[in-house]
Design a protein around this ligand. Structure first.
Ligand code: PHE
Length: 449
């Protein structure tokens, strides 16, 4: 690239923005609901395997591609393998990011609704059943969920239009640590609930008989979704990294913190699910029905609840910013579009599809494709299929096609180069373990056999 691209200002900024992308609704909303549907401990086990054995090396692979080329996802593959089919990865990334942005903004919109519900003390409704009904009434009401989806996307637009460094970096530096602290406080609170043993057993005790093909597919999808992996998000972000950013360490820190937040969310939710007699397999609405019950039973509940939903809203923003950046960088660099215009295009697409997803809980709940509502279809298609396919392509590309000297050079650029063993392990994983495991899960999970 000849023109000078933006870069993240500080090391903390790199970690905070990457973690800011990874940590979001995927950990606090999606992880508990998926774990609830897929039997708890068994799901967590698969998720952990995919995060640390497959995820960390594939994160490194995306970092290598991104920093080496300093380019958007499509441009990066085009630069490294001109004229080859690898460029298809660019399209996978852009399509997946737009699908995710659409349904994700709906849930982020719910968090905004819940900021206001918290400020109104949930209109005085304090029973678990009442809070349950309140969510259903809201989600089915059509107008409000659509309104919040649009409002959320406009917030996203306003931040993005200000450029890479200023907006994203500053916000992440303050917010992520705050979210973390408040999660720990809630986790301690849940550990004192009457049904804590049942909740923790559900979350942590893997029942191996529950490892079915759909649990495998779901766990793999969750790992990719939560790490923002497989769609070039980390390629795009690492294109803004400096040359001395240690890639492997950043990959481990991201995976570690991301996992910690998901596990904390599980520790907060499941003891409460059993204490308040709720159903762990309630699906996407689980967290929004259970959390208010937790908060209103705390002293100063309204304040906790408001604070929590504000932080969750902001954590969602740092994630959607990273998703949007994928297609914005692409529009700007490949089509020479002006940044503001590219940002508008991204948001308009998301508003159209996001509205349809929001209505999936209301007037479009009967509109299904392959038995999925649009909301569920977008989620399933992106998380369980596109992201792992993207991860597979990336790992094969870096493991087999990319010049080994580039891999070595990128991994060793920081002050502390990686050990020989770590290097060999990462390359082995990229060449064999990741493609084979992802392939096997597809074969079984999608019922190809
Ligand atoms: N990882 C984010 C989360 O857990 C979601 C995300 C997916 C962000 C893909 C960017 C790209 O909320």
């Amino acid at each position: 690239m000849t023109e000078k691209r933006a870069q993240f200002a500080t090391r903390l900024g790199v970690i905070a923005t990457t973690v800011g992308s990874a940590v979001g609704l995927g950990n606090i909303w999606r992880f508990p609901y998926e774990a609830g549907v897929h039997g708890g401990g068994a799901f967590l086990l698969i998720d952990l395997f995919f995060i640390f054995v497959i995820g960390v090396p594939v994160i490194c692979a995306e970092f290598i591609i991104g920093r080496h080329t300093g380019s958007n996802v499509r441009g990066a593959f085009k630069a490294l393998a001109p004229g080859k089919a690898w460029g298809v990865m660019g399209y996978i990334g852009i399509i997946a990011s737009l699908l995710i942005l659409s349904f994700y903004s709906v849930v982020a919109g719910w968090t905004m609704e819940y900021i206001f519900q918290s400020l109104r003390d949930f209109s005085g409704v304090h029973s678990a059943d009442g809070l349950h009904d309140q969510f259903d009434t809201f989600a089915q009401s059509n107008l409000r969920p659509v309104m919040w989806t649009v409002v959320f996307l406009i917030c996203n637009y306003l931040i993005l239009a200000r450029g890479v460094r200023k907006g994203i970096e500053k916000m992440s530096n303050i917010l992520m640590p705050m979210l973390f602290v408040i999660l720990i406080i809630f986790a301690i609170n849940s550990l004192m609930m009457p049904e804590v043993a049942k909740g923790l057993e559900f979350l942590f005790k893997p029942d191996f008989s529950k490892i079915t093909p759909s649990v495998l597919l779901g766990g793999m999808g969750q790992a990719f979704f939560s790490l923002s992996l497989g769609l070039g998000c980390l390629i795009t972000y690492s294109s803004y990294f400096k040359k001395d950013t240690p890639l492997v360490r950043t990959a481990f820190t991201t995976a570690g913190l991301d996992t910690l937040v998901s596990v904390l969310a599980g520790v907060i939710i499941f003891p409460a699910v059993f204490t308040f007699g709720q159903e762990p397999a309630a699906g996407p609405k689980l967290v929004f029905e259970v959390l208010p019950s937790i908060f209103i039973n705390l002293p100063g509940g309204m304040i906790w609840s408001t604070l929590f939903f504000i932080l969750l809203f902001l954590a969602s923003l740092t994630s959607t910013i990273s998703m949007s950046e994928i297609s914005i960088a692409y529009f700007v660099e490949e089509f020479k579009m002006e940044r503001k215009k590219a940002t508008r295009l991204n948001i308009v697409i998301a508003i159209v599809f996001g509205t349809l997803c929001a209505l999936s809980f209301g007037c479009m709940s009967d509109f299904t494709i392959f038995g999925f509502t649009l909301f569920n279809l977008f989620d399933y298609l992106s998380s369980n299929i596109l992201l792992p396919v993207g991860g597979m392509i990336t790992s094969i590309f870096v493991g087999w096609v990319l010049d080994r000297s580039v891999v070595r050079q990128e991994l060793n650029l920081s002050a502390k180069p990686v050990s020989r063993f770590a290097f060999a392990a990462i390359v082995f994983c990229l060449r064999f373990v990741a493609p084979v495991c992802i392939g096997l899960v597809f074969i079984f999970g999608l019922g190809i056999f």
